[in-house]
Design a protein around this ligand. Structure first.
Ligand SMILES: Cc1cc2nc3c(=O)[nH]c(=O)nc-3n(C[C@H](O)[C@H](O)[C@H](O)COP(=O)(O)OP(=O)(O)OC[C@H]3O[C@@H](n4cnc5c(N)ncnc54)[C@H](O)[C@@H]3O)c2cc1C
Length: 435
């Protein structure tokens, strides 16, 4: 292996690495993919919602054999206080379309399937192999990687860093800084197993229809964070994540939050009688546009979570990972077909193409959102959900109080909690960050 030279080495067999390796191998490039896990997906954690469009662009007939759980027909957004949730639900029969838009998946199964496609496209995939170091020539060009297989060095014209949020190789080589604690969330997740028909009854689903709940509020104890519940065929994925900086500043632990979330009166009945079989914890990049590091250099590119390409506002990550991996693969294939070197001036094509895609456009749109939510987290994740719950209860409870007095009481509660100026400035800042 060490004598062989590849067109490209892809480090990591997650969403971004598989997309990059598949794209290059199916265009005839000689590709080696390294994965430290026992098998692709063994180390990976996701909720997990798969966004079909981005996979379809890479493998149009993926629905024929990909391990998909349920197609999503309903999305619930909940703002929670300790005893209630105020929700907006969107359910549409339009999502029972022939080629559904979103599915739930289980990454351990899905990544194995994706990796099989990568092999079938012609790439060599080596599991249980950790890339320990990037190898540079005297001019600072990356010419390969060293692995933990007896310190073996493998050479390639370009290395695609698809190593996920920790990005140790890129950090060690000085291509990016260690993400700041306020730019990453720590999420914990459990899989609760239930019979398929019980899930159908509890969520009003038939066949392989699915439902997701995204939740915010006092469940994160005033920290910037979100909870989720996704229906799979015979299990429910449940998780919660908050910023690492917030965990560090409080005495809260992710496990305590998850236990409290499971025990919330709105969640408990949905899980009743389930058997917990799997537990996982993982980081999520949440710094947004301003946290994106340099994405290409002399003989290297960065894709997916390693490049902080994650849209925390819309809870999208795997689609940005797949798209950045595909675009990097396309750019590298073009450069190779023109016989040009994998130099920064040529690899900048990747960044130029990425800038034109939804990946960078979406992250740019919400560039001020992470800072706003992270610095005002107590208002957005504690005060407002509590106020909203009180207002909703005041609205629906019929107790002989005249409606005019109820409305006055609701307004007074908001003003008392935040003052008129506080409410105005929060609304303006939110609108500006969202525009
Ligand atoms: C709890 C949770 C819920 C989420 N829910 C969703 C969701 O519902 N929808 C969504 O779109 N996104 C979701 N995400 C985000 C999504 O999981 C990521 O954006 C996506 O997995 C990023 O893909 P990636 O290929 O960049 O990184 P990863 O999937 O993390 O893959 C990186 C791979 O590189 C390997 N690796 C790392 N270092 C080395 C090395 N040195 N040598 C060899 N191999 C290496 C790892 O083992 C791993 O297989 C969620 C994330 C979490 C944590």
């Amino acid at each position: 292996m060490s004598k062989e030279k590849f067109d490209a080495i892809v480090v990591g067999a997650g969403m971004s690495g598989n997309a990059a390796a598949y794209t290059m191998a199916s265009r005839g490039l000689k590709v080696l993919q390294l994965e430290r896990g026992e098998y692709p997906g063994s180390k990976n954690v996701q909720g997990a919602i798969l966004y079909a469009n981005m996979l379809e662009t890479i493998i149009p007939d993926f629905r024929d054999d990909a391990p998909l759980e349920r197609h999503l027909i309903e999305q619930r957004f909940w703002l929670m206080d300790d005893t209630s949730h105020t929700g907006v639900h969107y359910r549409s029969d339009d999502f029972n379309e022939p080629t559904p838009n979103r599915y739930t998946i289980i990454r351990a199964q899905f990544d194995k399937w994706f990796s099989r496609k990568v092999r079938e496209a012609g790439a060599t995939v080596l599991c249980e192999t950790t890339a320990t170091e990037l190898v540079l020539d005297g001019g600072g060009k990356v010419i390969g990687v060293r692995t933990d297989r007896a310190g073996e060095t493998i050479h390639a014209e370009v290395v695609v860093l698809a190593e996920g949020v920790n990005g140790l190789l890129g950090t060690r080589a000085g291509f990016r800084k260690v993400p700041k604690p306020e730019a990453v969330a720590l999420a914990v997740k459990e899989m609760h197993f239930l019979p398929e028909e019980v899930i159908g009854e509890r969520f009003g689903l038939t066949g392989d229809q699915g439902c997701v709940i995204e939740a915010a509020g006092t469940i994160s104890r005033g920290m910037a964070g979100l909870g989720f519940l996704y229906t799979n065929k015979e299990s429910v994925s449940l998780g919660i994540g908050c910023l690492v900086s917030d965990f560090a500043a409080t005495v809260e632990s992710p496990y305590t939050l998850l236990d409290a979330f499971k025990d919330h009166p709105s969640i408990r009945p949905l899980l009743a009688g389930s058997e917990v079989k799997e537990y996982a914890a993982h980081l999520i990049p949440e710094g947004g546009y301003k946290a994106i590091p340099q994405l290409f250099g002399n003989g290297w590119v960065v894709v997916g979570d390693a490049g902080q390409l994650n849209n925390a506002v819309h809870r999208e990550g795997s689609n940005l990972a797949m798209t950045s991996g595909r675009i990097a693969g396309e750019a590298i294939s073009m450069i190779k077909s023109q016989g040009c070197p994998m130099a920064p001036e040529n690899l900048s094509l990747y960044k130029a193409m990425l800038d034109k895609s939804f990946v960078v456009k979406d992250l740019k749109k919400y560039k001020d959102m992470p800072a706003l939510l992270h610095t005002n987290s107590r208002n957005f994740f504690m005060t407002y959900p509590q106020l909203l719950s009180k207002a909703a209860q005041n609205f629906v409870r019929v107790d002989g109080t005249p409606k005019i007095e109820k409305e006055k009481a609701t307004t007074a509660a908001f003003v008392k909690a935040r003052s008129r100026w506080g409410l105005f400035s929060d609304a303006v800042r939110l609108a500006l960050a969202w525009r």
